[in-house]
Design a protein. Structure first.
Lengths: 328, 389
C-alpha cells in the first residue's frame, strides 16, 4: 500500500490525472499549453513527457475547437479530459458544451453517451486581470445533461478527478484556482473515497448550516472557527456536487439548525444559492426559523483586482449573514 | 508531388518553411541597418532627405520610448506594483510602424499587448498601467484617441473591428477620395488568435462586406508555450487568399517596412477596396506575460538569433551610418526616456485604488433599483465596521 504524503491541490490533481491515465489508456488530455508547459497552473506538469504527445495534446488556441474535437474523440471511444485555461475563456466553447456535449446522450436515446471531463479553474482572489476570476458554475448546472462538481481540497481533488473521468456522463470539473498552491493536505492513495456525487458535512454544529463549495469552503470553515469563539456553532457542508445536488445531508442539517446560509463567489442573482434556497424552503419549511440567506459575489461584473476582496464573500460577510439569520 | 485530383502539394504552392520569414518577406531595412529596395513597397520616396531623416528619427524615438514603457512596467510588476504585465519586447517595430501609418480618423482595436500602438495614438501609458495594476479595466476613453479598450479574450476584437468598419461604410466615409475624411480600422491580434473561430468569422464578414479593415497579425511565433506550427501549417498570410482578400508578410522587426505596408493597406481600405491581412513576422523576446516562464518550453538559441534582428538597433545603425541624427538627438532621447520612466514609476504608485462601492457603477447605462439596493446594503455593511477596528 502506498504511504501518505502531503500535497497541494495542484499536485493532487496532477497525481489524479496521472493515475487515471495509467488505469485507462483511453484517457487523453487536451488544452492550451497543457503539454510541454504543463498548463499555466502546472496541473498537467510532466504528463506529456511520460504519456506522449498523442495522449497529452497541446491544442490550437481555440476553445470551441478543443471541446468540439473532444466530443468527436469521445464518440470514437476516448475519454477526453480538456482543460479550459481560465473560467472566462470557456465561453467560446459554451455553444459546444450546452448544445452538443450536454445533449448527445439524450438525442441518441442513450446510444452515444458522452463521457468526458471539462476542467475549469474558477473563482477569484489571485489579483488577475478581467476574465480570469469568473464563477460560471450556475450556467452549467442550469443545463440538463451536464454534471457539475467542484473540489475544495487536495484529497477531494485527487479522487474526484478520477471519479469524474470514470463517470459515464460529461462532467464540468471546477477547480478553485486560488487553492491550487495554497494548503497542503495528507493524501492516502490507498483510502476509499466518498462517491463523487455526494455532499459532505465538513464541520458539525447546531446553530446555523453554512453551505459552500470550491473556494468558499475554506471561507466557511474559517467563519465557523471564528463563530465558535463567540459561542456559535456552525455546521459547514461542502456541497462538492452542484448538478446533481445531493440535498439529503443539507435537509438533515437544516432540520436540526433551522437556519441556512449559502455562500459562493458567483453572482447571487440566479446563482446556486437561489436553487439551494428554493429546495430548502420546499423541504424544510416548517423547520426553518429564518429565511435562507445568500452570501456571494455582487451582481456586477467581476471588479478590478484591487477591490476584488470587497466583491468576494469573506469571513466577515458570512458571519454577518449568520448574525442576521440568528437575529431574525 | 501532385496528388491526382487534389491539385499540387502544399510544399509546391507555399515552398519549404523558412526560419527567417522566407523570400516573400517585405523588408526595407536589413537587420544590419542597410536600406533594401522592394519592387512594390517603398519608404519616403515622396519626402525630402530632411523629412525622411526626421520621420525615421520619429520612428526611432517612438520605439525607444515604447521599449522604455515596457521595461518600466515589467520592473513595476517585479516590485509588486502591477499584478501582471504583457511584455512587447521585440515587437516595437511592428507596433510603431502600424501605429504611425494610422491617420487620426482611423480606429484601432488592440489586444492587451499593443502598448506601442497606444503610444502612437496618444494614449497616456500611465492609463495602460491601470488595467495591469488592477485599479480599472481600461482607464482611457476609446473615443478620445480612436483607440479601443484592450481585449483579453483572444481574438474577440477582430469581429468588433469588422463591425466598426462596416459602420464607417454606412457613414459614407470610405472611398470618397477625401484624405481628411476617408477612414479605416485596424484590428490587432496574434498568431495564436488566428486559430479562434471569432477571427476566422471576422475574415468572412470583412470579405463578404468588403469592410475597410486591416487585419494586423503580429506573428511573434509563440502562443504562450505553443509554437506557430501548432496554429498553422502554412504561412499565416497565405490564409487570407482563401477568405478572398490579399495577405502579405512583412518583416515585423523593420519599422520602415511595417509602416510602408500598413500605410498601403490602410489606404486600400479607405479607398473602398476592402480588407487586407498583414502578417508582421516578429518574435516575442520576453515571456507571454510576467507570470510566464519561457525557459520551460523554448530554446535560448532562438532568442539569441532574434536578438540580432533587434528592431531598434537596426534603425540606430541606419541613422548613424547615414548621418541622419546628431549625437544630441540620442542624448536628448535618453533623457526623455528617463523622464518617462520616472513619471511612470511615480504615477503608477500614485494610482488610487477604486472605492469598493464603485463596482456598482456603470454595470448598466441606466442603473437598476435592484442594484442600488444591493449597493446600499453593502454600504451599510461597510459602515458597520466604522470604529470597530
Amino acid at each position: 500500500m502506498a504511504g501518505t504524503q502531503k500535497v497541494t491541490l495542484a499536485k493532487a490533481l496532477n497525481m489524479g490525472l496521472r493515475k487515471a491515465m495509467e488505469d485507462d489508456p483511453k484517457v487523453l488530455l487536451m488544452g492550451e499549453d497543457v503539454g510541454k508547459l504543463g498548463g499555466v497552473f502546472r496541473i498537467t506538469d510532466g504528463l506529456q513527457k511520460d504519456f506522449g504527445e498523442d495522449r497529452v495534446i497541446d491544442s490550437p488556441l481555440a476553445e470551441s475547437g478543443i471541446v468540439g474535437t473532444a466530443v468527436g474523440m469521445a464518440l470514437r471511444g476516448y475519454k477526453p479530459v480538456v482543460e479550459i485555461q481560465f473560467d472566462g475563456f470557456v465561453y467560446p466553447a459554451y455553444d459546444q458544451i450546452v448544445c452538443q456535449v450536454a445533449k448527445m446522450c439524450f438525442r441518441s436515446q442513450g446510444q452515444t453517451p458522452l463521457p468526458m471531463v471539462i476542467r475549469i479553474p474558477f473563482g477569484g482572489g489571485i489579483g488577475a486581470v478581467e476574465h480570469h476570476s469568473e464563477s460560471p458554475e450556475a450556467q452549467f448546472a442550469h443545463t440538463p445533461g451536464l454534471k457539475v462538481v467542484a473540489c475544495s481540497n487536495p484529497v477531494d481533488g485527487y479522487w474526484m478527478i478520477q471519479q469524474a473521468i470514470g463517470a459515464p456522463d460529461p462532467v464540468i470539473f471546477l477547480e478553485p484556482k486560488r487553492q491550487y498552491h495554497a494548503d497542503k493536505a495528507e493524501l492516502d492513495e490507498s483510502a476509499t473515497p466518498d462517491p463523487l456525487f455526494r455532499s459532505r458535512v465538513v464541520r458539525q454544529g447546531g446553530d446555523v448550516t453554512v453551505l459552500a463549495y470550491g473556494p468558499t469552503v475554506k471561507t466557511a470553515l474559517k467563519a465557523a472557527e471564528a463563530a465558535a469563539g463567540e459561542g456559535r456553532s456552525l455546521e459547514v457542508i461542502d456541497l462538492r456536487t452542484l448538478s446533481p445536488l445531493d440535498m439529503a445531508p443539507v435537509f438533515d442539517s437544516v432540520r436540526r439548525t433551522g437556519r441556512a446560509v449559502v455562500t459562493h463567489e458567483a453572482h447571487v442573482n440566479l446563482g446556486m444559492g437561489a436553487e439551494l434556497s428554493a429546495r430548502i424552503t420546499e423541504e424544510c419549511f416548517y423547520s426553518l426559523e429564518a429565511p435562507v440567506l445568500r452570501v456571494g459575489g455582487f451582481d456586477t461584473p467581476y471588479p478590478p483586482s484591487r477591490i476584488e476582496e470587497d466583491y468576494l464573500p469573506d469571513l466577515d460577510r458570512v458571519l454577518d449573514a449568520v448574525d442576521r439569520t440568528l437575529d431574525f | 508531388m501532385t496528388q491526382p485530383g487534389f491539385g499540387p502539394d502544399l510544399a509546391e504552392v507555399f515552398g519549404p518553411a523558412h526560419q527567417d520569414g522566407g523570400p516573400e518577406l517585405v523588408q526595407l531595412l536589413s537587420p544590419e541597418g542597410e536600406r533594401v529596395e522592394h519592387p512594390e513597397f517603398s519608404f519616403g520616396d515622396e519626402l525630402s532627405d530632411d523629412q525622411r531623416a526626421e520621420t525615421v528619427r520619429g520612428f526611432y524615438r517612438d520605439m525607444v520610448l515604447t521599449r522604455r514603457i515596457d521595461v518600466e512596467a515589467t520592473a513595476l510588476q517585479r516590485h509588486g506594483e502591477l499584478g501582471i504585465w504583457a511584455q512587447l519586447l521585440g515587437q516595437e517595430a511592428a507596433q510603431v510602424g502600424a501605429g504611425r501609418a494610422l491617420r487620426p480618423q482611423d480606429y484601432v482595436f488592440p489586444t492587451y499587448r499593443e502598448h506601442g500602438v497606444a503610444w502612437c495614438k496618444g494614449v497616456d501609458p500611465l492609463k495602460l498601467l491601470g488595467l495591469f495594476r488592477g485599479v480599472d479595466q481600461g482607464g482611457w476613453d476609446p473615443r478620445e484617441n480612436n483607440f479601443g479598450l484592450y481585449t483579453i479574450v483572444i481574438g474577440a476584437q477582430t469581429l468588433h473591428a469588422t463591425g466598426y468598419a462596416m459602420g464607417m461604410q454606412r457613414d459614407g466615409i470610405v472611398g470618397t477620395g477625401d484624405p481628411e475624411r476617408d477612414a479605416a480600422v485596424i484590428a490587432h491580434f496574434g498568431d495564436g488568435a488566428s486559430s479562434q473561430g471569432d477571427v476566422n468569422e471576422a475574415f468572412i464578414f470583412a470579405a463578404s462586406y468588403n469592410a475597410p479593415v486591416v487585419f494586423f497579425c503580429q506573428n511573434n511565433q509563440w502562443a504562450i508555450s505553443e509554437p506557430i506550427e501548432r496554429q498553422s501549417r502554412i504561412p499565416l498570410y497565405q490564409r487570407a487568399l482563401g477568405f478572398g482578400f490579399p495577405g502579405i508578410r512583412v518583416d515585423g522587426n523593420d519599422v520602415l517596412a511595417t509602416y510602408a505596408v500598413t500605410r498601403a493597406a490602410l489606404q486600400r481600405a479607405r479607398d473602398g477596396q476592402g480588407p487586407t491581412f498583414i502578417e508582421a513576422y516578429t518574435y516575442r523576446m520576453g515571456a507571454h506575460t510576467t507570470t510566464d516562464d519561457p525557459t520551460r518550453y523554448r530554446l535560448s538559441d532562438d532568442v539569441e538569433r532574434w536578438k540580432l534582428k533587434d528592431p531598434i538597433a537596426r534603425v540606430e545603425a541606419y541613422l548613424k551610418r547615414n548621418a541622419m541624427a546628431e549625437q544630441a538627438f540620442f542624448d536628448d532621447l535618453a533623457a526623455e526616456a528617463d523622464d518617462l520612466g520616472a513619471r511612470l514609476r511615480e504615477g503608477c504608485k500614485a494610482l488610487p485604488d477604486p472605492q469598493p462601492l464603485s463596482m456598482f457603477d456603470h454595470v448598466y447605462a441606466e442603473q437598476t433599483d435592484e442594484l442600488v439596493a444591493q449597493r446600499d446594503g453593502f454600504a451599510a455593511y461597510l459602515d458597520s465596521f466604522e470604529g470597530a477596528h
